[in-house]
Design a protein around this ligand. Structure first.
Ligand SMILES: [Zn+2]
Length: 204
């Protein structure tokens, strides 16, 4: 599998995932620098099939139109998203890039349309739900601490400890991590019940 984490302007991360044999690729979160993504896709001789968005915030979607116009790829979003798209997905859906399965995990909390993407059962692209050493904020429009609790503690942390975590922003001490490492060291994931977590998230 070809897998590339691309540092964008500022602290956003984009990702390129491709099947080496089929040369089929997906971008996750186009962000601001479509030019760099285009350069890599062309240099690797890949066919961009999908542009998948972890959620609708513009710092993650800004390059969608440019990439689509160059590669004629289809824009994929969660079914509750309001942004311009070609394919809407639901929790549990599997997007195939060549033979690589990308499973959709609906993870509301940061926004209602947030999804995490489990690539080949090994790499979890967490968007703005979970960062290295942090979790996503829930105080923006559509944010919900209760939903974030269920997304983090009942969905994401149920994955195997060795699953790798690739976030939507470079906020941590390193650019990627694992579920096990985050369980041990991420202060937002310390054991809390729902009421405690909501109180924790509502602290100024
Ligand atoms: Zn966001």
């Amino acid at each position: 599998m070809f897998f590339r984490q691309v540092q964008q302007h500022g602290d956003n991360f984009s990702y390129i995932i491709a099947d080496d044999a089929a040369k089929e690729a997906a971008v996750v979160d186009s962000s601001f620098n479509a030019g760099e993504l285009t350069r890599i896709i062309k240099a690797e001789d890949l066919k961009l099939k999908y542009i998948i968005n972890t959620h609708g915030h513009s710092d993650h979607t800004a390059g969608n139109a440019e990439l689509q116009s160059i590669f004629n790829a289809r824009i994929v979003v969660y079914n509750r998203s309001r942004i311009n798209s070609d394919v809407k997905v639901a929790d549990g859906d599997v997007i195939l890039v060549g033979r690589i399965p990308i499973r959709v995990i609906h993870a509301p909390g940061h926004t209602p349309d947030s999804i995490c993407l489990l690539v080949d059962n090994q790499k979890l692209l967490t968007g703005d739900t979970l960062f290295v050493g942090e979790c996503g904020r829930t105080d923006l429009p559509g944010g919900n601490s209760k939903n974030m609790y269920y997304s983090l503690f009942h969905r994401i942390l149920k994955l195997n400890d060795d699953v790798e975590v690739y976030p939507g922003h470079d906020y941590g001490s390193k650019p990627f991590s694992t579920i096990g490492e985050e369980k041990r060291s991420n202060y937002t994931l310390e054991p809390r019940n729902l009421a405690e977590f909501i109180e924790f998230m509502n602290q100024p």
